[in-house]
Write a protein that binds this ligand. Structure first.
Ligand code: EPU
Length: 421
């Protein structure tokens, strides 16, 4: 396994290109399963999770070609031969469950492994199942698999999510594209990745109403158009680098980054003393004078503060003047980075869902490891401002969600290198 060595050495300065959003691309790719028509995705990120989704779709019989060094994915599903998403792939990546809705809608059958728990919490899939059942699916759990059937196809339905779920909203949206009649999803997730998927479905010829709101209306269709669709910029990568720049009191332009995708995060960063402004090519982040101030943050579904930036915000707050209360409301075990940050000298006390971070004047490099990708990158951010060397282990987590992290940071002056395992 590779490791990353970071020698804390001061302010980041320069430019960082922002890639396409992992979580948007992972949602768009299964939409290929809806029809024979080609789907071309541009601005795809070059990440191991995208390769895992590629393998999964190929295992079902789909064709996925990676073009232009992985920036373009050409997908086609004219010869699906296998209706089973195997445990070996699903256990690696929970987004695999997104093949369930379209396979069931198109072929009337799908067997998808239950993903199981993961490092950030139990993460059940009951809402995916309940929503598809409301559309007429019969789903049994057998041998660790969801065995789903809809012999007469899926029917449009009205379904109100008892809890906001990004993945369940996406699964039902894609399934509804091929269901008979109209589907109305209430209390739907409003993440930008959902809007990106809705726009993709619209371009394919599926009428989608209520984009960006908590009520989505999808009219099922029987034929689709071949399309090319662009993956939106990664708002989590954008926020992560904004925090890295703030941590080192740097000045960096995030090329392709969009402030309007991270409004809530931008408000918290501004309150902490960071400047963010739109530029012609993206956005500029700088903290060139003054200290960081502690700000309180609570994770919530979009447009609230994203759980996927909670660990990075905590890393930043370890160096703020004053205290910060960070509350995680989406996942139950998403504080796994806390003991690792403590190894670097951070002062954090966890009480139930909240972490009280008392800023310290300095962090010191240490050997650290993390159990998920956002936690890993939070340790890299901490390392950038720490005194001495930090060795970050289990880097494969980072490779799931951050494209060429060490190259992007080195180009802005960071002393960071990958050590091959
Ligand atoms: N939940 C249920 N039942 C369900 C589905 C979800 O109880 O059937 C719960 C979850 O356990 C969680 C909450 O609902 O407590 C929200 O989960 P959600 O379904 O929204 O999450 P997800 O779709 O599994 C996506 C992202 C995550 C991100 C969350 C929240 C993808 C591929 N993954 O997961 O991204 O944290 O939304 O925004 O889009 C990451 O990229 O590091 C990552 C974990």
């Amino acid at each position: 396994m590779d490791s990353i060595l970071v020698r804390g050495n001061g302010a980041l300065s320069g430019a960082i290109p922002i890639a396409g959003a992992k979580n948007a691309c992972l949602t768009l790719m299964p939409a290929t399963l809806l029809s024979d028509e080609p789907l071309t995705l541009t601005n795809a990120p070059r990440l191991s999770d995208i390769r895992t989704m590629t393998q999964l779709l190929q295992s079902l019989g789909a064709e996925v070609a990676s073009l232009q060094d992985g920036l373009v994915l050409a997908l086609s599903s004219h010869s699906i031969t296998n209706f089973k998403a195997d445990y070996e792939i699903v256990r690696k990546m929970r987004a695999s469950i997104l093949v369930l809705g379209p396979m069931l809608a198109r072929y009337g059958e799908a067997t998808v492994s239950l993903p199981g728990g993961c490092a950030i919490g139990a993460r059940p899939v009951d809402l995916h199942i309940a929503g598809l059942r409301a559309m007429g699916a019969e789903i049994d759990i057998d041998g660790g698999y969801m065995v789903a059937r809809a012999p007469k196809g899926l029917k449009g339905a009205r379904y109100t999510f008892p809890k906001v779920s990004v993945g369940a909203t996406e699964n039902l949206m894609i399934a509804a594209a091929l269901a008979k009649g109209t589907t109305v999803l209430d209390n739907a997730a409003r993440e930008p990745e959902i809007a990106n998927l809705a726009e993709c479905l619209s371009a394919m010829g599926v009428p989608v109403g209520g984009i960006g709101t908590e009520t989505l209306t999808i009219e099922g269709v029987t034929s689709f158009k071949p399309i090319e669709h662009a993956v939106i910029p990664d708002r989590i990568e954008t926020g992560t680098y904004a925090m890295a720049v703030a941590m080192t009191a740097g000045d960096v332009e995030l090329i392709g980054g969009q402030v309007d995708l991270i409004d809530t995060v931008a408000a918290s960063l501004r309150a902490a003393g960071v400047t963010l402004e739109n530029t012609e090519n993206g956005m500029r982040v700088h903290r060139t004078n003054g200290a960081l101030h502690g700000v309180d943050v609570m994770t919530e579904p979009f447009p609230g503060f994203p759980t996927d930036l909670q660990a990075q915000m905590m890393a930043l707050m370890t160096r703020a003047e004053g205290a910060s209360m960070i509350t995680e409301t989406i996942f139950e075990s998403r504080f796994m980075h806390v003991p690792e940050l403590a190894r670097m000298g951070a002062n954090v006390t966890i009480h139930h869902q909240s972490a009280l971070v008392r800023g310290v004047p300095k962090l010191r490099g240490a050997e650290v490891m993390a159990t998920d990708l956002r936690a890993s990158v939070s340790l890299a951010i901490a390392a950038l401002s720490a005194e001495g060397d930090t060795m970050l282990h289990r880097v494969y987590h980072l490779d799931r969600g951050f494209e060429r992290l060490e190259e992007k940071l080195s180009a802005c002056g960071a002393d960071i290198e990958r050590l091959k395992g």
